[in-house]
Design a protein around this ligand. Structure first.
Ligand SMILES: *Cc1c(COP(=O)(O)O)cnc(C)c1O
Length: 366
């Protein structure tokens, strides 16, 4: 049977290492802070090629804390792509800034560089770029535009652990970057977990204080912060899995190749465009089709699970109706009825993907 995600299979493949490490955390009672958190932070920073990594409770906290640490002017505007998970925009409002949505690129679905540029105003202070579906945003142009307009760049890398832009890991281009280690992400914990990375020591210190009640020492609080911790057990699990991330991502890329080969040439099935600037981690494999709901139902009958990322563009959510942004010409508002994420992951084999492709072909040949 084909599963969309199989974390049990993944666990069984590295069970001995994981169990040993978890046992160590318990034996050491290193539940909060301590050496396992320190080790993972240091190994993940090294993996990304940055100076600082701050473990936090989840990817949403990571975004909220990162934006707060930037100390942007109150009420300033932050540009967010319309095609993402709501956490990318929630973090803007939570910090007292105004969300300004921009469109996604019609081909690779990450932030549209043109739309980003068009939406910059005198009170824009930052942009949140999302390396959506594991595909890198066009970072060179984004950084140039941000510099020219004095904007901070936050990279939401929740779906892009190990993804590269022109051979450099994403999360290393902007001012500050955030990760989610939700279990279903390419690098996932056994519960909630997240991290912030940066090369800026002042931002590192600020984030560490925000996530720890605004303190450096035990009861000397310099401002009101919050509690957001990466716990020792999660850090230990992540540290074991980090060693396999590149291997698992490579397997995803190889499986994606089969989709590209077998699904090529089907009218009304648009394969994702993987730009030559990116090495994608294929967090999800998203196709577009005008018969999305029918195809999903057909595959479901054949016990092939699919998911939709995301069925409602952020611009159209009830949560954002009050923003009243006129985004009628956004492709993001049209594509949300066409996206379908096909199964991909290190738990699948070449034959699984071939079977999925042959069922998809049957659907279109009906
Ligand atoms: C998963 C995800 C988040 C949120 O991460 P959590 O760990 O679930 O809080 C943020 N942004 C994007 C793009 C995501 O996919």
């Amino acid at each position: 049977m084909i599963k969309f995600l199989d974390l049990t299979k993944q666990y069984n493949s590295i069970k001995k290492e994981i169990d040993e490490k978890i046992q160590n955390v318990i034996s050491d009672s290193a539940f909060i802070g301590g050496k396992y958190v320190f080790e993972f932070e240091s190994n993940f920073a090294k993996y990304c090629g940055v100076e600082h990594c701050i473990g936090v409770g989840n990817g949403t906290d990571a975004l909220e804390i990162a934006i707060r640490a930037l100390e942007l002017p109150a009420g300033s505007e932050i540009i967010v792509p319309a095609n993402s998970f709501i956490a990318s925009s929630e973090a803007v409002s939570v910090n007292g800034h105004k969300i300004v949505f921009c469109d996604c690129d019609p081909d690779n679905y990450t932030i549209s560089v043109e739309s980003f540029k068009e939406n910059i105003t005198e009170i824009t202070s930052a942009v949140v770029v999302v390396h959506l579906y594991g595909h890198a945003c066009k970072m060179d142009e984004i950084i140039d535009i941000a510099k020219a307009n004095n904007l901070k760049v936050i990279e939401d890398c929740a779906q892009a652990q190990g993804t590269k832009f022109k051979n450099k890991i994403v999360g290393t281009f902007g001012d500050i970057s955030t990760f989610s280690f939700y279990p279903g992400k390419n690098l996932g914990a056994f519960g909630d977990a997240g991290a912030i990375i940066t090369n800026n020591p002042a931002l590192d210190e600020k984030c560490r204080m925000i996530k720890n009640h605004g303190r450096k020492e035990k009861y000397n609080h310099l401002f009101e912060g919050r509690n957001s911790r990466l716990d020792g057990l999660q850090a230990a699990v992540l540290d074991v899995k980090l060693k396999y991330l590149d291997i698992w991502n490579e397997k995803r890329r190889n499986l994606a190749e089969i989709y590209f080969e077998k699904l090529d040439g089907i009218e009304d099935l648009i394969l994702p465009k993987i730009e030559d600037w990116t090495t994608s981690n294929f967090y999800v494999f998203v196709i577009r089709t005008s018969k999305r709901d029918e195809l999903q139902a057909f595959l479901s009958e054949k016990e092939i699970p699919t998911i939709i990322h995301y069925p409602i563009a952020l611009t159209k959510l009830i949560a954002y109706s009050h923003l009243q942004q006129n985004t009628g010409d956004f492709v993001a508002n049209e594509y949300d009825s066409q996206y379908l994420s096909l199964p991909i992951g290190e738990h699948l084999e070449k034959t699984d993907i071939e079977n999925i492709c042959s069922e998809i072909k049957k659907f279109y040949n009906k």
